[in-house]
Design a protein around this ligand. Structure first.
Ligand code: SF4
Length: 355
């Protein structure tokens, strides 16, 4: 442990085995201190920026059948929906009036929706709301839309870029190992395919991010395999992914069930992520799935968080969203942080990270 601490304090990158030992052996205070050491290479130790955002779930029709999902319906099941462009615009306007500056979209693998459908929708959004930032899709939805449209990832990304798409975020990643995907999400994608799609997105000039979800039945080895491949991808792409965000699994109303992990387990993992992912500038903590407990993630290396106004996907599985987001900001203040409202980030072309 002493050697691992010395490496981190000297600004060296730790290995997967060292991250394993750290997670298993270090107490929370040590993890916090080491994660803060890495955080301060990028930000002041007390940095806590945030933005107000909403996720619009434009369709719940999906054919992927992930066992951890409480949101989707198969195409011919009762209770399916697909929002029209006018309905999407109405929701954007609603959240804009509530103060959102970032609107994200997340839906299922809906076989009716081709790349051209998304391109027309995104064109309309950008034409109507030039002052808002959109996270137009996730990598997972992009992959399915390309497949169903019989379009390569490169061509699909160019088509969306030409329609004004600024972001295809790394959502839908959960745990990026093929063993996890085989157990829970066979119909979604293979891991190598996911990274091929994300590479095409970056190559087209569209911004992207990295995400993860923990608390299913994944092993520590699977979690670390996710981080290791992600760190290598980030290095191979000039550190272009803008941020890393880790959510926690919500176990209600789905096939998988189970128990939610504790907030303390989340904080420990977040600290390991901050230390291990030393080629990421921003590590974000998840108010959406951890509520005010997420703000303790700021002590564990995170520098930023969203205050969400809506997300039906996580709410279907048991997440709760504060009626008044100012209570979240008050909770951060009680921990000694001065939450600072930020503008949405621009995509990273390439980041050189000083050690
Ligand atoms: S997690 Fe996404 S891809 Fe999987 S079933 Fe739910 S909506 Fe479909």
């Amino acid at each position: 442990m002493h050697n691992i601490q010395a490496k981190i304090e000297a600004g060296e990158t730790i290995s997967r085995d060292e991250a394993f030992s750290l997670h298993e052996s270090a107490d929370l205070a040590t993890l916090q201190q080491l994660a803060t050491t890495v955080k301060t290479r990028f930000h002041p130790h007390d940095q806590a920026t945030y933005l107000v955002m909403a996720i619009i779930n434009y369709t719940n029709i999906c054919v992927a059948n992930c066992d951890f999902c409480a949101f989707f319906r198969f195409p011919h099941q009762a209770g399916t929906y697909l929002l029209t462009t006018a309905e999407v615009l109405e929701r954007v306007e609603h959240f804009r009036r509530l103060g959102a500056t970032l609107i994200a979209f997340n839906g299922g693998f809906n076989p009716q929706l081709r790349i051209d459908h998304y391109a027309r929708l995104f064109e309309k959004l950008h034409e109507t709301y030039q002052q808002l930032t959109f996270f137009e899709m996730t990598v997972a939805e992009f992959m399915f839309a390309c497949k169903i449209s019989k379009t390569s990832y490169a061509a699909g990304a160019r088509r969306l870029r030409n329609a004004g798409t600024g972001w295809i975020t790394g959502g839908g990643a959960e745990v990026l190992t093929d063993s996890f995907r085989q157990r829970h999400s066979r119909g979604k994608y293979a891991v190598s395919d996911y990274y091929d799609a994300q590479q095409a997105i970056l190559a087209a000039g569209i911004g992207s991010t990295a995400t993860m979800v923990i608390g299913f039945d994944e092993t520590l080895d699977e979690r670390l395999a996710h981080l290791e491949q992600l760190r290598a991808f980030q290095s191979a792409n000039a550190n272009a992914l803008t941020s890393f965000l880790c959510w926690t699994y919500k176990p209600e109303h789905n096939q998988l069930g189970g128990k939610e992990i504790s907030a303390a387990a989340y904080w420990r993992w977040l600290a390991v992520c901050r230390i291990f992912l030393d080629n990421f500038v921003h590590i974000r903590t998840s108010v959406l799935t951890q509520n005010d407990a997420a703000l303790r993630g700021l002590d564990c290396g995170a520098d930023d968080f969203d205050v969400p106004l809506e997300d039906e996907v996580t709410r279907s599985a048991g997440a709760t969203i504060a009626a008044d987001y100012r209570t979240t900001l008050d909770a951060a203040r009680r921990l000694g942080y001065q939450p600072c409202l930020r503008s949405p980030w621009h995509r990273h072309e390439s980041i050189s990270i000083a050690r």
